[in-house]
Design a protein around this ligand. Structure first.
Ligand SMILES: Cc1cc2nc3c(=O)[nH]c(=O)nc-3n(C[C@H](O)[C@H](O)[C@H](O)COP(=O)(O)OP(=O)(O)OC[C@H]3O[C@@H](n4cnc5c(N)ncnc54)[C@H](O)[C@@H]3O)c2cc1C
Ligand code: FES
Length: 340
């Protein structure tokens, strides 16, 4: 007796480069992941981040109400949709950046877990399968938590803090988010020796090949991709001028200061400028004070020759973009990674 096959729809990716079949009603994000194509996502498929945008080139249906806040009118007209909300009921054709085909799933174990500050954790993941990873300094991975205390497993993005020359694993810097599902698990449940899985690498944040001076601005764990880039630049014997500004509230929020100052002798023309915005006068801090945007403006009043590399919260990045633009830096030379 013949058994009835469950109906499926075909998703054609990049003009036939890959064709997958998924059950009707499965989200594109989940359907692609089940078939080994890992699209970026920073909110676990909850229509909050916009990272999963894909171009639907055939069979597009109107966007759902949940997608509208994250899609402009021109994007909608061009067929852009959120892969986490698009649940095809008929055949579909989509176009994605080619580099997503090289994103893989990795398994590893926690080789080291250290408290870097009171609210920042350093994790070193040693890869077990596959045993090496190729990435470009500045990229990020998407890690999966385990379910705990009745919470389902979630996927969250973290920038790689280690350099690409260290291909046997990745280091992460994770800041505790109040009531955050992943970060609570990482701080309170995860232990050295535990298994962890992630997909990656993702993202286009990276040092350009130009010789222009670099202005790096980061806050908190926004240092992670900057640290990866800096270590890579040391290995490549980079002789570009680099000014690296690190904004924090007070001395207890600073970390890796010694390692960063050490690069002032390891790189041809590097200066590290930590700045505190809420440090009491009595704290003995002799370095820069004030909001990081104002500290940058004071130190580099004319940014016009620079390329900027910004990493941290969306608020910090938006404020930096405004100041850098006022200081003469064109948009095309401002690169950033927002920790949405
Ligand atoms: C490209 C990229 C790189 C990143 N790199 C790093 C890094 O190197 N280090 C780092 O520490 N972080 C990084 N982040 C941020 C990180 O991915 C997580 O967002 C962060 O750690 C919080 O995860 P969580 O699960 O603990 O918090 P969540 O549980 O996701 O909560 C985050 C916040 O959203 C609120 N929230 C949760 N659910 C909802 C909802 N349904 N509606 C409205 N609000 C809600 C919570 O109350 C909380 O304030 C990066 C993000 C991106 C996009
Ligand atoms: S995964 Fe965040 S909007 Fe789709």
């Amino acid at each position: 007796m013949e058994t009835a096959q469950a109906p499926t729809v075909a998703i054609d990716i990049n003009g036939g480069k890959k064709i997958i079949r998924v059950k009707p009603g499965t989200s594109l994000l989940a359907g692609c992941a089940r078939n080994g194509l890992f699209l970026p996502s920073a909110c676990g498929g909850n229509a909050r981040c916009g990272y999963c945008k894909v171009k639907v080139v055939g069979g597009a249906t109107p966007p759902l109400a949940a997608e509208l806040p994250l899609l402009s009118e021109s994007e909608i007209a061009a067929g852009m949709r959120l892969a986490c909300q698009t649940k095809p009921v008929g055949d579909l054709a989509i176009a994605v950046p080619d580099e997503l085909f090289s994103v893989k799933r990795f398994s590893g174990k926690i080789a080291r877990k250290t408290l870097v500050t009171y609210d920042i954790l350093g994790l070193s993941i040693e890869l077990t399968n596959p045993k090496t990873i190729e990435f470009t300094a500045g990229q990020y991975i998407q890690a999966k938590s385990m379910s705990y205390l009745g919470r389902d497993a979630v996927l969250r993005d973290f920038s790689i803090a280690s350099p690409p020359s260290d291909s046997s694993g990745v280091d992460l810097l994770i800041r505790r988010t109040k009531n955050g599902i992943f970060t609570r698990w990482a701080f309170d449940v995860l232990k050295e020796g535990d298994a962890i899985s992630f997909s990656g690498p993702y993202g286009a944040f990276r040092a350009s090949e130009s010789a222009a001076p670099m202005l790096m601005v980061c806050g908190s764990t926004g240092l992670a991709p900057i640290w990866s880039i800096l270590q890579d630049l040391v290995r490549k014997k980079c002789n570009r001028t680099i000014r690296c500004f690190f904004g924090a509230l007070s001395q207890k929020d600073l970390f890796m200061v010694e390692e960063l100052h050490k690069l002032e002798t390891g790189l041809a023309d590097f200066k590290f400028i930590p700045a505190l915005s809420s440090e009491p006068e009595s704290g003995g801090w002799t370095g820069e004070r004030g909001l990081i945007t104002e500290v940058v403006r004071r130190n580099v009043p004319d940014c016009s020759r620079f390329e900027a590399y910004l990493c941290g919260s969306p608020g910090m990045i938006n404020a930096c973009i405004a100041v850098l633009t006022q200081c003469g830096l064109p948009d095309a030379r401002i690169f950033y990674d927002k920790f949405a």
